[in-house]
Ligand binder design. Structure first.
Ligand code: PLP
Length: 211
């Protein structure tokens, strides 16, 4: 099946933003998706992403989202190359992003990633530290915080986690004029939408399985 048909097959409502997750996929497939009308692409690995982004600069209005774990030595490239960084989860990273954004004279859009399943090895801020991180981010002149992202534990029913995220989003949305709740992947995006996701991140269902 062509990527165009796969995109149509997702049957996404118009008000849901789609991030086509192109990690480990060649630039030719990204171009095919772009020609089919897709504009937002998500990447996880900085070096791979930067190579592709440079090669695809000619595609106007293409947008890149960074969705992988962020190490502090990658924050400079994150700011340089990405429209939205979805995986901000600690003060140290926020501080560095803010610093680089200032240097580049940019207001960097970000999401806070929440470790909603409290998994020890997983990225994302724990709920107990969320308020502290938010208060810090609000002091960062060059960061614009737009909402939340989460990845529920694999091999578990996502529903209770999506529901929890929906509650958290509702709690902060008005006060901070948030506009993005990024959750749902190939196997659970329709469910995520029923719990208020307005941005879904889909890889496999568009580009096929990854090696
Ligand atoms: C890989 C990845 C996705 C896409 O996963 P699929 O199951 O291939 O749709 C979405 N979000 C994040 C953060 C990812 O790392």
């Amino acid at each position: 099946m062509k990527i165009k048909e796969k995109l149509e097959d997702l049957k996404l409502p118009d008000d849901i933003q789609l991030v086509a997750v192109s990690k480990k996929k060649p630039k030719e497939l990204i171009e095919e998706a772009y020609i089919a009308g897709q504009r937002i692409f998500g990447e996880n690995y900085m070096q791979e992403a930067v190579e592709k982004i440079k090669k695809l600069q000619k595609l106007s209005k293409i947008q890149w989202h960074y969705i992988g774990p962020l190490q502090s030595n990658k924050t400079k490239d994150a700011v340089k190359y990405f429209d939205l960084i979805q995986s901000v989860d600690r003060i140290k990273i926020a501080r560095k992003l803010n610093m680089h954004a200032k240097d580049l004279n940019k207001i960097q859009k970000i999401l806070i990633q929440i470790n909603i399943g409290k998994e020890p090895q997983k990225s994302g801020v724990e709920l107990s530290k969320l308020n502290h991180l938010i208060q810090y981010i609000l002091t960062c002149d060059h960061l614009k915080w737009l909402g939340f992202m989460c990845i529920p534990p694999f091999h578990e029913d996502s529903k209770p986690y999506f529901q929890k995220m929906q509650e958290i989003y509702a709690k902060y949305q008005k006060q901070y004029s948030l506009s993005i709740l990024s959750m749902g992947m190939s196997d659970d995006y329709l469910e995520a939408i029923t719990f208020g996701a307005n941005m879904v991140r889909i890889g496999t269902k568009i580009f096929g399985i990854r090696q």
